[in-house]
Design a protein around this ligand. Structure first.
Ligand code: CU
Length: 722
C-alpha cells in the first residue's frame, strides 16, 4: 500500500520536477576562502594565538553570518503544565547555502498563544520549538500529523507472504536505476515516512500509552476536526493520564476505529487493483491489542501525548526522578527516523530545577543574568543517502551542520563573560554528524575557557566538574558529541575582542563564529567552591554493583563483512544486535528486565565503525570504555569502583569501533554501563543513534516487567514496531 491520499508515483514525479527546477546555490567564493582558512587554522598548534590568523578573509566571511538566535520557546505555564500543539506538515523550505527543498517540518505553539507559532513561517529551515518545563510538570502535547502523503513515498505493512522478499514494502526513491533497497528486507529498510510520532529523549517517564511511546504510529491526515480542543476538554483538563485505551474518550475511540478501517479498505482496493497481495489490516492489529488490554499502535491524524516528569522526593513514590537538564525530542518511527531527522523533526526540551540547590537555581544564583544559548545541531536533506545511486547535489541537501537552522551564525559575547551553552546533537549521526573535539579545541586555542557542567541532561558531579574527563581527554576520544548526546558547557570569553570561527573536523567551514565585542562586562570566573555548585540530586548517586553477571550486547554486521560501504554485490552493511536485525525472528522482547533491578551491561562493537548506543526511559552510568588499538592493548577508561569513582550518567554512548589486527582478528570496542529499571514498567527500545543504522535493523525491543510478573510477562502481548 503505497498511499491512501494519492498515488505515490505522483509524489515521486513532483519531487523530481522540483529537483530539476531547484536552483543550486552552492558554496560561495567566500566560503571557499573560509574553508582554506580553517584548514590552515586546524593544522596550527594550540600555542599560536588564533587572533593573529584572523585576516580580512575571515572578516569578509563573517560579514554574511547571521546573528545567532535561539529557537523560539514554548515555556511551561504557572500551573505546572507544559502545554503545546505540535503539528507535523510539509512545505518548500529554504536550506541556507542549498536552496528550496520540499521538507516535512514541526511547528509548535501553546494553544493559549496561537499567534506565537514556532517557526512563525515555514520559509526557512529550523528545528522545532524549544520546550521548557520544570521537574514535576505534566506535559500535554497534541501531536497532529498533517503531512500530505501525496508529496512523499508512503509504504506500510506488507502481506505476510512477502515479508522476507528483499525490497518489498521498502521505499525506493529513484524508480530508474534504483539501487536502494537492494538486499534490505522489511521492516529493516527505509519506509513509511509520512507516519510519525514524538520521542521525548532523556525523559524518565512511562514508555506506554500516551507517554514516551515510540511504538505508536500516527498516520497522516491532512484534514482533521479540532482534536486539540477535544483533547483539552476531555483529557488534559481532567489532570488524569488515561492508563488504558478503555479510559480514552469514546468519541476518540470510535473515530480512530473508523479512520483506520478506512485506511485498510483503501489499501485493500489498491492492492487488488495492482494485483498485489492484500496487506495485513492495521485495525486487526489494533483490535487484538485492545482485547489484550494494550494500547493500539496505529492512530490516524492526532495523538495526545500526556506524561509526567517525576520530581524525586526522599521517601516519595519515585526511586529516580526526572534529571533536570538539556533533553530533546524527535520523531521516532522505525524506517523513517533518519529521514525525519534529516527533515529537522527535532528540538530541544529543557527541563529545569530552579530550587535553591537545583541545577538551574544554583547556576543562575552564581551568574546573575546568565545568558543561555541553545545550540541545536542539525543537517537538512530531503532524501536518504543510501537511496541515491548517483548522488545529485541539486536534488539534495548539503550535509552541512546548521545551528538552529542557521548557516555559520555568530554568537556574541562580552570580554570575560560566562555563558551557558546547551548543545544538542540532533543530526543523523555518523562521521558527518558528530560534533568533534576540534570544535572545542578551536575555542580553547582562541583563549576561551570551557567547563562542562552536564552530559545528556544530567549534571556532572562536583568531582567530574573539577576533573573534566571529556574536555581533558581523560575519556578516550575526548569531547566527541555523538548524535543524541547533549552537553552543557559554561563558556568564558577571552578578555580581548576577537572573532573566532569554530569548525567541525569533517566539514572545514565554520559551524559558528564567536564574536567577542569590545565592551566591558562584570568579570566572573568559574565556580571554585562546592557550595556554589548545583547539588547532585540524591537519585543520581553512584549505583551499587549488581550481583548478577553482566549482559553482553553484540553490535555487529552480517557474516563475512570486514568494513563499511557496499560489498561486491553492491549491498550496504546489514546492522544487527546479537546476530539479528530488528524483529528478524518476529516480534519478541530481546531484553527483559525486572522492575527495580540494577544491571551491568557490556556493549561490544564488532564492526569497524562507531555505534552510539541509546536506551529510552532510564539513563545509565558509564563505568568502563575500551578503545581498541591495532596490534596493541586497548586504551581504557575505568570508573568501576562506585565507592571511589564517579561514573558519568549518559543516555547515549559511542561504542568505540572494533579494530582488525594484522593477523586478521577483530578486537571489539567495549563500553560497560550500569543502569536500573525503576518506576516504570512497559515496552520500549534500545538502538544505535546513527539513525540510518536504527532504521535498517540496529534496534531491539526491551521491556521492564513488575517483579510479580517476571518472567512470565516478558513475551506476552508484544507490539510490532513497523
Ligand atoms: Cu550504528
Amino acid at each position: 500500500m503505497k498511499d491512501w491520499n494519492g498515488p505515490a508515483s505522483k509524489g515521486v514525479e513532483s519531487q523530481r520536477r522540483r529537483g530539476r527546477n531547484a536552483r543550486s546555490l552552492g558554496p560561495s567564493r567566500s566560503m571557499e576562502t573560509r574553508r582554506d582558512f580553517l584548514r590552515q587554522a586546524a593544522g596550527v598548534a594550540s600555542c599560536l594565538a588564533l587572533p593573529q590568523l584572523l585576516g580580512p578573509e575571515t572578516a569578509e566571511a563573517q560579514a554574511g553570518s547571521p546573528a545567532f538566535a535561539n529557537p523560539v520557546e514554548i515555556a511551561r505555564r504557572d500551573t505546572g503544565v507544559l502545554r503545546a500543539v505540535m503539528q507535523l506538515s510539509d512545505a518548500d523550505r529554504n536550506i541556507p547555502g542549498v536552496g528550496k527543498r520540499h521538507l516535512r517540518y514541526f511547528q509548535g505553539w501553546d494553544p493559549a498563544k496561537p499567534d506565537r507559532k514556532s517557526p512563525a513561517s515555514a520559509d526557512d529551515v529550523s528545528s522545532g520549538p524549544t520546550f521548557r518545563a520544570s521537574i514535576g510538570d505534566k506535559v500535554e502535547i497534541t501531536f497532529l500529523n498533517k503531512i500530505s502523503d501525496s508529496m512523499f513515498q508512503y509504504t506500510i505493512d506488507t502481506a505476510p507472504e512477502d515479508k522476507d522478499k528483499a525490497g518489498y514494502g521498502c521505499d525506493a526513491s529513484m524508480p530508474i536505476n534504483s539501487v536502494y533497497p537492494v538486499a534490505d528486507t522489511f521492516p529493516n529498510c527505509f519506509h513509511g515516512s509520512s507516519t510519525a510520532n514524538i520521542h521525548f529523549h532523556g525523559t524518565h517517564t512511562s514508555p506506554d500509552g500516551l507517554g514516551d511511546n515510540v511504538l505508536v504510529q500516527v498516520l497522516p491526515q491532512t484534514k482533521q476536526e479540532d482534536w486539540d480542543k477535544f483533547f483539552e476538554a476531555s483529557i488534559f483538563k481532567t489532570g488524569k493520564i488515561p492508563q488504558s485505551w478503555n479510559e480514552m474518550p469514546p468519541h476518540y475511540k470510535t473515530t480512530q476505529e473508523a479512520l483506520i478501517k478506512a485506511v485498510d479498505k483503501a489499501a485493500e482496493a489498491q492492492a487488488i487493483a495492482a494485483k498485489r497481495p492484500v496487506p495485513d489490516k492495521l485495525w486487526d492489529t489494533n483490535e487484538r491489542q485492545i482485547h489484550q488490554g494494550m494500547w493500539p499502535q496505529y492512530i490516524a491524524g492526532a495523538f495526545p501525548n500526556f506524561l509526567q516528569l517525576p520530581r524525586y522526593q526522599k521517601g516519595g513514590p519515585y526511586v529516580m526522578g526526572q534529571a533536570p537538564g538539556t533533553h530533546w525530542y524527535h520523531a521516532h518511527k522505525h524506517g523513517s527516523t533518519a529521514l525525519h531527522i534529516l527533515n529537522g523533526l527535532a528540538g530541544a526540551f529543557i527541563i529545569e530545577d530552579n530550587s535553591d540547590d537545583g541545577y538551574d537555581g544554583k547556576l543562575k544564583k552564581f551568574y546573575p543574568g546568565l545568558v543561555e544559548n541553545v545550540l541545536v545541531f542539525q543537517q537538512f536533506d530531503p532524501q536518504q543517502n543510501l537511496e541515491r545511486s548517483n548522488p545529485n547535489p541539486a536534488r539534495t541537501g548539503s550535509g552541512r551542520q546548521l545551528v538552529n537552522g542557521q548557516l555559520s551564525p555568530t554568537i556574541s559575547m562580552q570580554p570575560g563573560e560566562v555563558q551557558l551553552w546547551r548543545i544538542v546533537n540532533a543530526t543523523v549521526g555518523g562521521n558527518q554528524g558528530s560534533i568533534s573535539p576540534a570544535v572545542f579545541a578551536a575555542l580553547t586555542a582562541a583563549n576561551f575557557q570551557l567547563k562542562q557542567v552536564a552530559q545528556d541532561g544530567v549534571q556532572l558531579s562536583w568531582e567530574n566538574y573539577q576533573a573534566q574527563p571529556y574536555l581533558t581527554g581523560k575519556i578516550p576520544g575526548g569531547m566527541n558529541i555523538a548524535a543524541g548526546n547533549r552537553v552543557d558547557l559554561l563558556v568564558k570569553a577571552p578578555n580581548a575582542a576577537t572573532v573566532t570561527p569554530v569548525a567541525i573536523a569533517s566539514s572545514a567551514s565554520p559551524v559558528f563564529f564567536v564574536n567577542v565585542t569590545n565592551t566591558t562586562t562584570v568579570q566572573k570566573g568559574f565556580i571554585t567552591d562546592e557550595a556554589d555548585y548545583p547539588k547532585l540530586p540524591e537519585f543520581l548517586g553512584n549505583l551499587a554493583a549488581p550481583i548478577a553477571k553482566p549482559r553482553i550486547l553484540d553490535f555487529g554486521w552480517e557474516e563475512g563483512r570486514t568494513g563499511p560501504g557496499r560489498n561486491a554485490q553492491n549491498e550496504p552493511p546489514h546492522f544487527m544486535i546479537d546476530g539479528k536485525q530488528f524483529e528478524q525472528n518476529g516480534s519478541v522482547i530481546d531484553q527483559c528486565m525486572r522492575e527495580g533491578d540494577t544491571e551491568d551491561w557490556i556493549l561490544e562493537n564488532h564492526t569497524t565503525v562507531l555505534h552510539p548506543f541509546h536506551i529510552h526511559v532510564n539513563p545509565f552510568q558509564v563505568t568502563r570504555i575500551e578503545s581498541p588499538v591495532k596490534d596493541s592493548p586497548p586504551t581504557v577508561y575505568s570508573a568501576e569502583n562506585p565507592a571511589t569513582d564517579h561514573p558519568i550518567w549518559q543516555d547515549v554512548i559511542n561504542i568505540p569501533a572494533g579494530v582488525i589486527n594484522t593477523d586478521k582478528t577483530l578486537v571489539p570496542g567495549r563500553v560497560h554501563i550500569r543502569h536500573r529499571f525503576v518506576d516504570f514498567t512497559g515496552t520500549y527500545v534500545l538502538h544505535c543513534h546513527i539513525l540510518a543504522h536504527e532504521d535498517r535493523g540496529m534496534m531491539q525491543l526491551v521491556r521492564v516487567v513488575a517483579p510479580a510478573d517476571y518472567k512470565k510477562g516478558c513475551q506476552v502481548s508484544i507490539p510490532i514496531h513497523h
